[in-house]
Ligand binder design. Structure first.
Ligand SMILES: *[C@@H]1O[C@H](CO)[C@@H](O)[C@H](O)[C@H]1NC(C)=O
Ligand SMILES: *[C@@H]1O[C@H](CO)[C@@H](O)[C@H](O)[C@H]1NC(C)=O
Ligand SMILES: *[C@@H]1O[C@H](CO)[C@@H](O)[C@H](O)[C@H]1NC(C)=O
Ligand SMILES: *[C@@H]1O[C@H](CO)[C@@H](O)[C@H](O)[C@H]1NC(C)=O
Ligand SMILES: CC(=O)N[C@H]1CO[C@H](CO)[C@@H](O)[C@@H]1O
Length: 363
């Protein structure tokens, strides 16, 4: 009996957590500076293993470059893959008691409350935690939004007749000049795209989508792929849905509806309680919510997850816009039965997503 208990305890330290109500999980509040955290992280070997949601391998290069330049001797070993694939592999590592990664930042925001309930996340407030928008953070600091992802539409006017008006509202995509010109991510492959289509159709109905289909859109995997294709001169595709650019270089133009709803949400992260490099993970998460990183994002035209960081010039304040609700995404993602029904609706009309993972498809 004794040896059985001992074995059971050693098999996974999660056994000691309160996974019934997750009581007694008051967070540790960080008081150290970034430089003090840096010194602590170096004593662990200088590597942090992060799994980050995304659909092109280079999507976290900006973070990696900025982090490694700011903290000499540190390596941010970031692996980008589709969040829904990362989440399943994380569950497997947790289940086997062989956690190899320190932290994750994902689009599958519904996974974080579940992991918090299982007791596998570190309840930890980085400096500035209380300045994160309350709707983006867990009260006990198990998880929180670290940056905002926001979508627009990208148009390449050089591939359209001179003088073509850019598409702005969702109805504009139905105009005859955009037939055979649209390249769009499969909503049944990416839940955030599904959310974007759900918003449109809640507003404009199934008739909108039936007309949209008559435009003969080119469906692709990955949310960066439409923009890549629209930029290339060797195809006729001129309008990308979605795109995350707001200030693209010429000749491209970004637009966003002023009446229709569009998708934006806090990409959410957490440190694991059994992280092999806990001090390194803490350094990264303090950096994420620091003025330095949040201002790097806003200087690129993006919004901040923090309420005290100024919205960039020329960009409307997020909390003051009637066309976007950043907290709605989490509620959408949490209702898996509805998400499933929606996916099958789209699959029944446009078929299952075709092609390799966008991480390896070469586009
Ligand atoms: C970097 O991350 C990958 C994927 O998690 C892992 O296979 C690899 O061992 C890590 N490298 C180091 C140096 O820890
Ligand atoms: C267009 O050009 C890119 C390289 O710029 C290439 O990878 C792609 O296959 C080309 N597409 C077509 C349809 O020819
Ligand atoms: C697209 O953006 C360019 C600047 O990059 C601007 O000169 C041009 O007028 C815009 N086109 C349209 C149709 O608004
Ligand atoms: C909020 O929106 C209103 C109108 O919708 C506008 O008058 C006001 O200037 C906006 N405030 C900020 C801080 O953006
Ligand atoms: C208006 C806005 O916030 N746009 C930003 C959306 O996100 C991208 C990158 O993530 C920025 O480059 C945009 O400027």
């Amino acid at each position: 009996m004794r040896s059985f208990l001992l074995t059971a305890c050693m098999a996974g330290s999660t056994i000691a957590y309160d996974s019934l109500f997750a009581w007694k999980s008051a967070p540790i509040a960080e008081t150290r500076t970034l430089d003090e955290l840096h010194a602590a992280a170096l004593t662990e070997g200088g590597v942090i293993n992060l799994w980050s949601g995304g659909d092109e391998p280079a999507q976290q290069n900006q973070l990696k470059t900025a982090f490694e330049a700011r903290f000499p001797g540190m390596t941010l070993n970031v692996t980008v893959d589709v969040s829904k694939y990362h989440a399943g592999r994380i569950d497997r590592q947790l289940n086997e008691g062989k956690l190899q990664i320190d932290a994750t930042v994902l689009q599958t925001v519904q996974d974080f409350p579940r992991w918090a309930q299982q007791g596998v996340l570190l309840n930890y407030k980085p400096v500035n935690f209380d300045l994160i928008d309350p709707s983006y953070r867990d009260s006990f600091a198990a998880w929180y939004g670290v940056y905002i992802i926001n979508w627009s539409t990208l148009t390449n006017p050089s591939k359209l007749a001179a003088g073509t008006q850019l598409p702005v509202e969702w109805d504009d995509f139905l105009r005859p000049e955009f037939k055979d010109k649209l390249v769009v991510t499969y909503p049944n492959d990416d839940d955030a795209v599904l959310f974007a289509f759900d918003l449109i159709m809640q507003q404009y109905g199934i008739e909108w989508f039936e007309s949209f289909l008559k435009q003969n859109p080119f469906w692709v995997r990955g949310t960066e792929t439409p923009g890549t294709i629209v930029r290339q001169q060797n195809s006729t595709y001129a309008v990308a849905i979605p795109s995350s650019l707001n200030r693209p270089s010429a000749p491209l133009n970004a637009t966003r509806p002023t009446t229709g709803q569009f998708a934006a949400w806090p990409q959410t992260g957490a440190i694991f309680k059994d992280a092999p490099h806990p001090e390194s993970a803490k350094l990264l998460f303090n950096y994420y919510v620091s003025n330095e990183f949040q201002e790097l994002r806003t200087s690129g035209g993006s919004w901040s997850v923090r309420t005290d960081i100024a919205t960039p010039a020329g960009v409307q304040q997020l909390s003051n816009m009637s066309t976007v609700n950043t907290a709605a995404f989490g509620r959408f993602m949490a209702d898996r039965a509805r998400v499933e029904r929606l996916k099958f609706y789209f699959e029944s009309v446009i078929g299952p997503a075709q092609g390799l993972s966008p991480l390896v498809d070469g586009v």
